[in-house]
Design a protein around this ligand. Structure first.
Ligand code: AMP
Length: 397
């Protein structure tokens, strides 16, 4: 069965058509600037050149229509008709406490996703627009919602409660939810598979280090802690997001700089992280590494601070699980930035982590970067969230 995987944002829509039998990607693409000037679709059929088509489009309905047109196009398409799409799998950011697994979408699921929008005001409404657009353009095709938060729902209460008055949890469900769950699930599973072991017998720390970054402790196959919280702002220092802070800093800066809470929110989400720390050089680790090599002290400090924070989380999750068998690096930085991997592993030597100096330099592929005598196996496992969504969609439909 061909499964169309959709990741719908407020002005963009990413898609992949995956043949579930072979798990091959038949085509992928992105529609950008939906409802704005300069909107376009970039469509890449597997093994062929990408095709970019600039076309005005009013809304996500038109965007989905263009995706279908591209998929069945006689020249650039990969299927003959809509009937060759057996199901649609949607990435949905927030499933709250309600959704512990992926689900088939029906009217009540849509209502629940709507109700959860207060916890993810930027994401859930956009995900819903994608769901409605697919319903309209592909009537009768079953759709599934795969939640970013679901994998973390196994966390014990002591890991997800904040030290706040309990009434806020009761009234507003303020707690740690965690994100990137599909990736943490996929990578921890794959790491066990590569090692020829059952995930149920392992203590795994997954470091998902991308533009957004999170880390999770997966003990005996279940997530027991993760670094992102109520929102994806908590935890590690990220590309442009601050990660953990003393909460009193917010009021302090607002008062000193005369910022509103919305403006402060923008600072925390868009102007902080390694971008802010480096004095605005870049949020991209390639630029920061280049600047650091040229002697830029702020770039060097930003990279060092980043590695230190990742290592501190690994330390705390080792305590949370009372040990660790595997540390897996994934996502853009985890898969490619050899300097960050080395910088983090340097802190872990005391716990018997031994790195193979050649293998740690490998980029973008599955590889064990620790030596055979290392007490902890350190691996690079490229994530594949779209494939994970397609698998879960197939499983529930
Ligand atoms: P992601 O959000 O997983 O797509 O990760 C994107 C980030 O990965 C970029 O912002 C870069 O910081 C980082 N990245 C991608 N490729 C490389 C590379 N070859 N070397 C270092 N960092 C990279």
């Amino acid at each position: 069965m061909n499964i169309l995987v959709i990741n719908c944002g407020s002005s963009s829509l990413k898609y992949q058509l995956i043949d579930s039998a072979t798990e091959n990607v038949l085509a992928k693409g992105i529609v950008e600037r939906i409802g704005m000037e300069g909107s376009c679709i970039t469509h890449t059929p597997a093994g062929r050149d990408k095709v970019v088509k600039t076309q005005p489009m009013e809304d996500h309905n038109e965007a989905v229509r263009l995706v279908i047109e591209a998929l069945i196009d006689p020249e650039h398409g990969v299927i003959k008709s809509l009937s060759e799409i057996g199901a649609v799998g949607h990435r949905v950011v927030h499933g709250g406490e309600k959704f512990k697994t992926a689900v088939k979408i029906d009217a009540s699921v849509i209502k629940d996703i709507e109700d959860l929008s207060s916890l993810a005001p930027l994401h859930n409404p956009a995900n819903l627009i994608g769901i409605h657009a697919c319903e309209k353009n592909m009537p009768g095709v079953p759709q599934a919602a795969v939640f970013d938060t679901a994998f973390h729902q196994t966390m014990p209460q002591k890991a997800y409660m904040y030290g706040l008055p309990y009434e806020y949890y009761e009234k507003y469900k303020i707690r740690r939810y965690g994100f990137h769950g599909t990736s943490h699930d996929f990578v921890s599973n794959r790491a066990a598979e590569i090692l020829g072991k059952d995930r149920k017998d392992l203590k795994i720390i997954v470091c998902h280090l991308g533009n957004g970054a999170s880390i999770s402790a997966v003990k005996n196959g279940e997530c027991v802690d993760t670094s992102m919280g109520l929102t994806p702002l908590e935890g590690l220092i990220m590309g442009t997001r601050s990660g953990d802070l003393d909460p009193a800093i917010l009021d302090f800066i607002c008062e000193k700089e005369g910022l509103s809470s919305a403006e402060m929110n923008t600072v925390l989400n868009k102007k902080s992280g390694v971008y802010g720390l480096s004095g605005g050089i870049s949020s991209d680790f390639r630029d920061l590494t280049a600047a650091s090599k040229e002697g830029n002290e702020l770039a060097k400090m930003a990279l060092e601070t980043y590695c230190y924070h990742v290592a501190k989380y690994i330390g705390s999750y080792t305590v949370a699980m009372q040990g660790v068998d595997v540390i897996a690096f994934t996502a853009g930085i985890g898969e490619n930035d050899t300097g960050v991997r080395k910088g983090v592993c340097e802190y872990l030597k005391f716990m018997g982590v031994n790195i193979d100096e050649e293998k740690i330099m490998t980029r973008g592929e599955e590889v064990t970067v620790s030596t055979p005598d290392s007490k902890v196996t350190v691996m690079v496992v490229p994530t594949n969230e779209e494939l994970a969504i397609a698998r879960q969609t197939l499983a529930i439909l």
